[in-house]
Design a protein around this ligand. Structure first.
Ligand code: MET
Ligand SMILES: [Zn+2]
Length: 722
């Protein structure tokens, strides 16, 4: 369905960042892209894959690529030239802010949200799908170009800001289809045998009208005279009601996710090719080949042809487990990354490869303890905290991390490689904490952080310090643009054997009279950004992590830390895609969070941070978390999050982000004042906090210094007004 594209050693990341820094030319960047595509196709062919995807490469994001392909480029980006316009939409620049970014379904991949208005003129602009096909053909390989389907493209887009009320991007379906038809004709002329149209949006709850639109769209595409054969790819769940709609169209093949879904009802696809996603594209365990074979056998009776595949693109797993020589062998043998998964697909198709079969021994987890609550209700706590902390109105704080400099990365690498001893490592980290505390004092922030210099990643750090997790060296997975994370692998019961963050928090607090905020990653997020166990319900894994964090909260309090932030940026991402499963999830997720935080005394202020701005989804959950203060992302969406009626009813501390940290751009004072003014209309000043959208680790010190200076100044101006 698709393959990682960042490069086995993150070659694309390096090339992109060098290009952005002006260190290499566009031509050099393109050389890297071409080389990576070539290596990928050759490797897939070598592994024995007979149907190779193309156009799964991207310099930033496939949604953005699709917007460019259809020329759906908002006017403000048009003054830039091709590659610059592309990166301006992705990252912004000095004169223009980027498009908003949000999570791709329930993954940790982020896409850019295109803007579609009633006047958007669609026209076939780029020829990336064609040129990638040609590139592979020059290597002697015939590929299947992968396109984002028209439904998913429109359903995930947002209405352009000046659209009339009630306008939805999907209203433009017919026009978009004209452009898709042109593209299909072009691919046909090129000799492309099959095209894959990705429609993951069809596995979500859809209205009758949307299902009708899906049927109409694919009927229309299927009726075209000049086109390659069409594979409609669904993934991340079951097609459900959409199955009938799709079955009624003339598409030749349908890909179904048989890891998350079952074969029930697939008889409806009789006469078509079924592309059977029996190897998980989301998890890292070896496939149980025996039961995959049973599934494939069952399908043979239903479809005219069965093709073996992964359940979704392999974008969401690392490249190769073989290079992880430091993993316990007992564990490594049970794991499969992208390469191993392709080998499994081939083995299943050719009836070989039983050597992959592994029994997975696992154990029974401890029973969860009863649910927890803070000692007093919010109003009582708020009073105790106000008396104790004595913060000014509109307190300014940050989300936790400060820039991760090259120096800092070198320090961690030196420590990992044993080039410096523990004492030297601690000395260097202490210096960094000093610098961060001093900077915040100089700038005049009110609640300080230690800057997280000891953490390479907010999840990996905890995984390294808890029992039950394994971490990898090269297991990078793309998160957005050039950014990758290395998700840890949960393979056993989680336990905290010693305090994790306490020493650094205590040290930071010893340097200042202002309160220092302790910084923990929440139980849901730690599990969400790890590869999960498959022998244990998710809720149990999350609860185990919550217990470990609860112990950490107690130790932080004892060490004199009176504000503790427990981040849950992944709360929404783990939400099941279908509504019928959501309430149950939310209940155990929220309970786990409360278990982690409710050991705190009344006067200890618990903060949480969520980095998405989907307000409707956010407020119900954040209210239930019962945190005293919540910081959320909102700058890129111009604080639209606060327009929700639920925002007005929200009674606790709220910090809508006023600085978009995903962009190198520095906001000016007026801009921050404007956001705060807007925020103060829906949130009473007594509840309002001032903070960036998210952690500052991906930014540089000059950017952060300038931005925070403006943020503090804006807060000062606002204090006079509200
Ligand atoms: C993705 S949320 C990040 C929160 C974390 N405390 C940080 O500042 O980096
Ligand atoms: Zn965040």
């Amino acid at each position: 369905m698709g393959y990682p594209r960042i490069g086995p050693r993150r070659e694309l990341k390096r090339a992109l960042e060098s290009y952005w820094d002006g260190a290499i030319t566009a031509e050099q960047l393109h050389d890297t892209g071409r080389e990576l595509r070539k290596q990928t196709w050759l490797r897939l062919a070598q592994l024995g894959l007979t149907q190779l995807p193309s156009n799964t490469f991207s310099y930033y994001d496939q949604m953005l690529d699709t917007a460019i392909l259809l020329d759906a480029i908002p006017d403000r980006y048009r003054k830039h030239h091709s590659l610059d316009a592309y990166f301006a939409m992705a990252r912004g620049n000095d004169s223009v802010a980027p498009l908003p970014m949000t999570k791709w379904f329930d993954t940790n991949y982020h896409y850019l949200v295109p803007e579609i208005g009633p006047d958007t003129v669609f026209r076939l602009r780029a020829d990336k799908p064609v040129s990638e096909f040609r590139e592979a053909r020059e290597l002697g390989l015939i590929t299947r170009p992968v396109l984002l389907g028209p439904l998913t493209f429109l359903l995930l887009s947002q209405a352009a800001p000046d659209s009339p009320d009630g306008f939805q991007p999907l209203d433009r379906l017919d026009d978009v289809l004209v452009t898709y038809a042109q593209l299909l004709a072009r691919l046909d002329a090129e000799g492309v045998p099959w095209v894959q149209l990705d429609e993951p949006a069809l596995v979500l709850d859809r209205t009758e009208a949307e299902l009708d639109a899906a049927k109409r769209a694919y009927q229309r595409l299927a009726n075209l005279g000049e086109r390659p054969r069409l594979l409609l790819a669904s993934y991340f769940g079951e097609l459900g009601d959409a199955l009938q709609a799709i079955a009624a169209t003339g598409v030749e093949a349908v890909a179904v996710d048989l890891v998350r879904g079952t074969t029930d009802g697939l008889e409806a696809l009789a006469g078509k090719t079924i592309v059977a996603g029996v190897v998980s594209g989301r998890e890292v365990w070896r496939t149980d080949l025996g039961s995959a074979r049973v599934t494939l056998e069952a399908l043979r009776a239903m479809a005219s042809e069965v093709v073996v595949s992964t359940s979704c693109s392999l974008l969401h797993v690392p490249y190769d487990v073989e290079v992880e020589t430091e993993l316990e062998p007992g564990l490594r043998e049970r794991l499969a990354f992208a390469e191993q998964k392709v080998a499994e697909v081939v083995a299943l198709a050719t009836g070989t490869g039983d050597k992959f079969q592994t029994e997975l021994p696992f154990w029974v987890p401890e029973k969860a303890s009863p649910k927890a609550q803070r000692r007093s209700p919010y109003a009582v706590r708020a009073k105790a905290q106000a008396e104790y902390l004595k913060l000014p109105p509109l307190p300014v704080t940050t989300i936790g991390s400060f820039p991760q400099t090259d120096e800092l990365r070198a320090t961690r690498a030196d420590a990992a490689a044993g080039r410096i001893d523990e004492q030297e490592y601690e000395r260097r980290i202490e210096l960094e904490v000093q610098r961060v505390i001093r900077l915040q004092e100089e700038l005049g922030l009110d609640v300080l952080v230690h800057g997280e210099p000891e953490r390479n990643d907010m999840v990996q750090y905890f995984a390294e310090n808890l029992e039950g997790f394994a971490t990898t060296r090269f297991g990078w997975v793309q998160s957005y643009g050039s950014r990758c994370t290395r998700p840890p692998i949960m393979h056993g019961d989680v336990k905290r054997t010693r305090p994790i963050t306490v020493a650094w928090a205590r040290y930071a607090q010893s340097l200042t009279g202002k309160p220092v905020k302790g910084m923990l990653t929440g139980p849901v997020t730690i599990v969400a950004w790890s590869f999960k166990r498959h022998d244990l319900p998710l809720a149990e894994s999350v609860w185990q992590v919550a217990q470990a964090l609860r112990e950490e909260v107690t130790d932080l309090e004892t060490a004199g830390i009176h504000i503790i932030q427990v981040d849950e940026p992944a709360l929404r991402e783990m939400t099941p895609l279908r509504e019928r499963d959501q309430a149950e999830y939310l209940q155990w997720a929220v309970e786990a969070y409360r278990h982690a935080t409710s050991g705190a005394s009344d006067r200890t202020q618990i903060h949480t941070h969520l980095c998405y701005s989907d307000a409707a989804a956010a407020f119900a959950a954040i209210d239930a978390l019962d945190a005293d203060v919540t910081t959320i992302e909102s700058a890129r969406s111009h604080a639209r999050v606060l327009a929700e009626p639920t925002a007005a009813a929200f009674s606790r501390g709220l910090g809508p982000g006023v600085y978009d940290i995903h962009s190198p751009r520095v906001p000016d004072v007026a801009e921050v004042v404007e956001l705060l003014t807007y925020a103060s209309k829906s949130v009473p000043a007594a509840q309002l906090w001032v903070n960036p959208d998210c952690g500052l680790k991906t930014r540089t010190y000059p950017q952060v210094q300038a931005a925070l200076r403006n943020v503090v100044e804006a807060a000062r101006l606002m204090r006079g007004k509200v």
